[in-house]
Design a protein around this ligand. Structure first.
Ligand SMILES: Cc1cc2nc3c(=O)[nH]c(=O)nc-3n(C[C@H](O)[C@H](O)[C@H](O)COP(=O)(O)OP(=O)(O)OC[C@H]3O[C@@H](n4cnc5c(N)ncnc54)[C@H](O)[C@@H]3O)c2cc1C
Ligand code: SF4
Length: 856
């Protein structure tokens, strides 16, 4: 950050900077202005017509699969307010008065010294007679999606007009709302801008196979009253017709340039505010960025170019050196209705002399086209349908003008056909790895120099791969190559005693049926007794595989302090006792027992965020008798001490709540009892909410389950804590059995493949291929391991035994619960004070007076 606090201008004298539009690009500009400290020198105001603060429009469709406005919001909450940026939401700017230098809204006039137009675009709806109401829906904002959802409530069939990128997303959305979806396209192929004829045909075949109707070369002439029980009928120019209950238009976008047009700024022939290489309009005090700007007669309908414009304008306004805008690559890599689609550079082979190679696999409806220069030495572009694994290397050939191999066709042949691998080493430092955030290979190198030695911190620092996420595999390659290049062997050894990764050790234990540490050390270790790293890690691996009681003689020496005493040690050396209260549900009788036990042993009691009751202050020798009383009342261990399943929090759900659509308590109990014995690389937290109001906060958990009218939505890999991470939507509308099956697979896959002490969130962030890969493993079984994962989970579930019950039945195991060897007494050094009716450990400054009172 560049914040020169000594020269901060007093607030009332600061020049006024107004940003119109709080969309993706406007927001990025404000973020960058704040980063550069421009808010100290300018009074910044932002006007947004929408009622929501800036949100991730690129992932808008996820609104239909469980995400809400809050989870799609961009940037940190409170960023604007914390930095004195005034945000006027739901306040449309109606006019720009360039003579008085004011913007006019329905609520007032606001003076500006400099203005940034970031008004984006609006969906184009062709003038078709009869297109109104539910036959004139669009797909651009959260409010648009609410209208589509409302229209879909009483509908059976929906039609999208427009077979481009957004049209196919809209069709997918209709499908996810349970409608029969159709796409009507004017051109003779789908995605006419990005794909050639064969690519479009391959895509149409894949999409039709998914049950979406594709109608090409259709010009809609009118929309009239429907027949056959449908609300509307679309009449096409060729005489054919299609009945439907709603129509979504996705026939292209137009720059939102009305304000600029009205105030006399220069407008491009095909729309858009004309800007120069600094993104300044024909009025040097007014900039235009994002989809409302036209640079050399081009409007960029992607977020990456908009972000670049936003950054350079922010730098200019902050008085920093800024680059010039030099255009943008419009290559796109998408998954549409589950089908990989990629378009790179000159996809149509429009460059003079361009030659093409094509690969078609009719069996899988995959298609690839490679466009090269006349002399075959340069790759100019490509089209990919069905397999985007070719995208990253091809993009690098095009973007960095890397010489094509002698037989360029090998670049699109299936693996094993001699395709030359393009190593990351071949890329120059200037090569862009992440185009959303403009992160080059050189920037990645610098970040590693400055100490980013794991992928998660590299992403955090550079923001690479945090936009559309398309570059995650390339980023990982670049990261590992950089470490290797500076001799930092990416040493994956667990510790000095085992030259294997945790994952490899897990597989060895499983394959060879190893059930104890000594055998593992003998067969695969480097000798020695082990250390604080490998012993608990191996204990966890053995437990996840075989689920034997952790205090069995072969396992007990491996456990760390908390596991060794099956309780969490507190700051004064006493322990906490946490019985399981599955799903947060407890009978009055059991509540009374907890009260009685706490009273008898004078334990401090506290209700936790995980919906159970912790009792603090138990001395080691008291633990067995406390637990004996709890077990007699039907409690069992809550595993609060282990790297294992903790709690499944739940709301009260449909049994009591008038909003509930499923029985969240019953599901929480089922999940908690199923996974309560599972040992894992780190603790696991779950929650189940009975409806989308989400009272159980499931989206901040490793496993979050939210009820829908049709079943359950599953969210994965979230956490609270120091670095909160929102869980990601993994699958929707699952029935009970499928939900449990997916959780079985996902948790076992995590348990098998994560590093030691890696929470699901970090594991997921480092997972090559990201969420899509995880889905393909768990849902599509792309690795063919799901049956094995399920078997393994079944074994863990079957072998569950309360660890405290097991320990209490064995006098040998109980011997370790003594505060002093050979004595069964407590620790006389412990001192307490009473506060709010309970005791707590005395602070250091309180101890002298307690001691003098005792000796008086
Ligand atoms: C469903 C969908 C999927 C997409 N997928 C991708 C993708 O995969 N990759 C990609 O690169 N891009 C994608 N895009 C495009 C991407 O979202 C846009 O490029 C990006 O949002 C442009 O940002 P912007 O700020 O210029 O415009 P916007 O995000 O549209 O923001 C403009 C804002 O200005 C406000 N505004 C307009 N006029 C006024 C006024 N007079 N007063 C106040 N406020 C005003 C608007 O209400 C709007 O909120 C997708 C878009 C959609 C709709
Ligand atoms: S999440 Fe829904 S069902 Fe559960 S308590 Fe809240 S409103 Fe009720």
């Amino acid at each position: 950050m560049n914040q020169d606090k000594t020269s901060i201008v007093p607030a009332d004298r600061r020049p006024s900077l107004i940003v119109i539009g709080n969309g993706m690009v406007g927001h990025h500009c404000v973020e960058r202005l704040i980063e550069l400290g421009a808010h100290h020198h300018h009074a910044i105001s932002v006007f947004g017509e929408e009622r929501h603060p800036a949100y991730d429009r690129v992932h808008l469709s996820e609104y239909f699969s469980g995400r809400d406005a809050a989870s799609l919001a961009l940037g940190e909450a409170g960023l604007y307010a914390d930095h004195g940026v005034a945000l006027h939401l739901g306040e449309k700017v109606e006019k720009i008065d360039r003579t008085t230098r004011e913007v006019v809204t329905s609520r007032g006039r606001y003076r500006f010294d400099q203005l940034v137009l970031a008004t984006g675009s609006y969906p184009f709806v062709p003038a078709i007679p009869g297109s109104e109401g539910d036959a004139r829906l669009v797909y651009r904002t959260l409010d648009d999606l609410d209208m589509i959802r409302a229209a879909a409530a009483n509908a059976r069939r929906g039609v999208v007009v427009g077979g481009g990128l957004l049209g196919l997303e809209a069709a997918n959305a209709l499908k996810s709302l349970g409608l029969e979806a159709h796409v009507v396209e004017f051109a003779p192929r789908l995605m006419p801008v990005q794909l050639d004829a064969e690519g479009g045909a391959a895509l149409a075949a894949r999409i039709e196979a998914l049950g979406v109707g594709v109608h090409l070369s259709k010009a809609t002439e009118a929309i009239v009253a429907g027949e056959n029980g449908h609300r509307y009928r679309m009449r096409f120019a060729d005489g054919s017709a299609l009945d439907t209950d709603l129509v979504v238009f996705s026939a292209g976008i137009r720059p939102q340039d009305a304000l600029a047009r009205d105030c006399g700024l220069e407008i491009a022939a095909r729309g858009g505010v004309v800007v120069n290489d600094h993104c300044a309009s024909s009025d040097p005090a007014i900039y235009a960025i994002g989809e409302c700007a036209s640079w050399r007669e081009r409007v960029f309908g992607l977020v990456a170019p908009g972000y670049r414009m936003a950054r350079l304008v922010a730098e200019r306004l902050a008085g920093q050196p800024s680059e010039l805008f030099t255009g943008a690559d419009m290559s796109t890599k998408l998954k549409l209705l589950g089908v990989d689609v990629g378009s790179i550079g000159d996809a149509h082979g429009a460059s003079p002399g361009a030659r093409s190679y094509r690969f078609i696999d009719e069996r899988s409806a995959s298609y690839r086209r490679l466009v090269v220069s006349e002399d075959g030495k340069r790759v100019l572009g490509a089209v990919l349908v069905g397999d985007n694994s070719f995208y990253d290397p091809l993009l690098q050939y095009v973007a960095n003008a890397i010489a094509a191999p002698l037989a360029p066709e090998a670049l699109i042949l299936p693996a094993g056909e001699g395709a030359p691998a393009l190593g990351i080493d071949a890329l120059p430092d200037s090569a862009t790895i992440c185009s959303c955030h403009n992160v080059s290979k050189g920037t990645i190198r610098e970040a590693i120099d400055q100490g980013c030695l794991d992928l998660a911190s590299l992403k955090r620092e550079t923001r690479a791969s945090t936009g559309c996420g398309g570059c995650s595999a390339l980023l990982k390659q670049a990261f590992e190559a950089e470490l290797a290049a500076r001799g930092v062997a990416v040493d994956a050894s667990l510790c000095e005693h085992f030259s294997h990764t945790r994952q490899a050790l897990f597989d060895l234990v499983r394959l060879e049926g190893i059930e104890d540490f000594d055998t593992l050390m003998r067969r695969h270790g480097n000798g020695g007794l082990g250390c604080d790293i490998c012993k608990p890690a191996v204990a966890s691996i053995l437990a996840s595989n075989w689920n034997r009681p952790i205090l069995d003689p072969a396992l007990a020496p491996l456990q760390d302090t908390n596991d060794a005493f099956m309780a969490n040690m507190q700051k004064d050396g006493t322990y906490s006792v946490v019985p399981r209260i599955a799903g947060g549900e407890i009978t009055p009788d059991k509540l009374i027992v907890l009260g009685e036990v706490a009273k008898k042993y004078d334990l401090y009691t506290k209700i936790t965020g995980g919906q159970r009751i912790d009792m603090f202050g138990a001395e080691l020798h008291q633990l067995p008798s406390i637990w004996a009383e709890l077990l007699a009342a039907g409690f069992e261990t809550g595993h609060a001490y282990g790297k294992s399943t903790r709690t499944v929090k739940s709301c009260v759900g449909s049994s009591w709540c008038r909003y509930g659509v499923q029985d969240s308590v019953a599901m929480a109990l089922r999940l908690e009892h199923r996974y309560k014995g599972l040992r894992s690389p780190h603790k696991l937290k779950f929650a189940v909410s009975g409806c989308t109001r989400e009272c159980a906060e499931a989206q901040s958990k490793d496993i979050g389950v939210i009820a829908t009218e049709r079943g359950w939505n599953l969210y994965v890999c979230g956490n609270g804590g120091m670095r909160p991470r929102h869980a990601e939507l993994f699958a929707t509308d699952l029935d009970d059995e499928t939900l449990v099956r997916y959780i079985d697979r996902l948790l076992m896959f995590y348990v098998r493949t994560a590093d030691r002490l890696q929470r699901t969130s970090v594991w997921r962030e480092n997972l090559d291929g990201g969420l899509d890969y995880l889905k393909s493993v768990v849902i599509d079984d792309c690795l063919g391991v799901c049956a094995e994962l399920e078997r393994q989970m079944a074994l863990v579930v079957e072998r569950y035994e309360c660890e405290w019950a097991n320990a209490l039945s064995d006098p040998e195991k109980l011997k370790r619960f003594r505060t002093f060897v050979n004595q069964n007494q407590g620790d006389p050094g412990l001192r307490y004070v009473r506060e709010r009716g309970q005791r707590r450990p005395a602070r250091a400054d309180e101890i002298p007076s307690i001691v003098s009172e005792e000796s008086a």
